[in-house]
Design a protein around this ligand. Sequence first.
Ligand SMILES: Nc1ncnc2c1ncn2[C@@H]1O[C@H](COP(=O)(O)OP(=O)(O)O)[C@@H](O)[C@H]1O
Ligand SMILES: [Mg+2]
Length: 359
Amino acid sequence: MTGTSMDGVDTVLVDIHDNNKTQLISSYEQPLTDDLRDKIIGASNASADSLHDIALLDQELAETYATCIQSLLKQSGIKADNVQAIGSHGQTIRHCPDCQPPYTIQIGNADRLVELTGITVVSNFRQRDMAAGGQGAPLAPLFHHHLFAQPGTTRVCINLGGIANISVLNANGLISGFDTGPANTLMDHWAMRQRGERYDKDAYWASSGRVNESLLNSLLSEPWLSRQPPKSTGPELFNLQWLDSHLAGLDVSPVDVQRTLCEYTAMTLSDAISRYAPDSEELIVCGGGAYNPLLLERIEHHLPDKQLQSSEAFDMAPEWVEASMFAWLAWRTLNGLPGNVPTVTGASHEVVLGAIHPA
Ligand SMILES: Nc1ncnc2c1ncn2[C@@H]1O[C@H](COP(=O)(O)OP(=O)(O)O)[C@@H](O)[C@H]1O
Ligand SMILES: [Mg+2]
């Protein structure tokens, strides 16, 4: 898994059995080099489109993924023959659910990954849901239900990656969920532009700033926020140009911008939970943002009646949930089981997700 944060490649080895909860056996993370990261940013930018460059990057990502998988297997003492499949999400370089017709593009050549690892690869998880009329995202709710659902209790799983998404695991078994807006992407890009840092570790910088109400209100006026689910979003909308357009005419110090962006993530997320899961009692946080103490404090501030816990309390560290989900979705694909939730993505029916590339 490489997400919109472009921080690193997350690889996990998981054990999956029909009725048991997915068990994490081993994990390995490799940060993306600045070079690879720059290439992904380039490929994600419509003004710089070059099919040749993207095709080369597609191959290079597969090689990077293969190296990570080999390190994971070596570290775990497991042979490739003993792995049933790799679920490879790939790197999203474009996600346009509102285009006519909609499309989403993930790269990281699956055929090359099979050749390099000798393991069957399941890839392209989002395409089929989109073809069936869905947003292709979020795909996490079914896995969150598998890991975290508790009959009789309404829980919300919050994934704080580049974008924030929630899965509402209702007491009666129904599942809903959608993207709520940015989680880390704006904070990360602002920290990079102002301080040359990939992210504001432990919200050290943001914590010394103050929320600027004018900027916050301007950001909150974004029309996408008031749209009804199903909905998904990405850096195509929430990016620095978008932020610059809201900063125009305002005089806000860089540190106060960072603090305001943190508040923005906390407020948009909390507002979505208050509106769509008012009866929820427990919140389970995963994704890299689960390590941002200021962000968690602000979510708790806005939702004082709910109990917030890390996914760690359920035997899965926050940074490994998403990668484990694609292993589990690959398992469902190989077993002919659907992986989308139509009420979440808006697809017209359940579909088996992904393309199988046999070893
Ligand atoms: N200690 C930390 N303090 C603040 N933010 C953190 C910390 N650890 C991780 N993060 C945030 O988490 C992000 C990575 O989250 P991740 O779940 O990998 O997102 P994605 O799925 O988009 O790759 C980082 O870019 C950073 O913003
Ligand atoms: Mg990541």
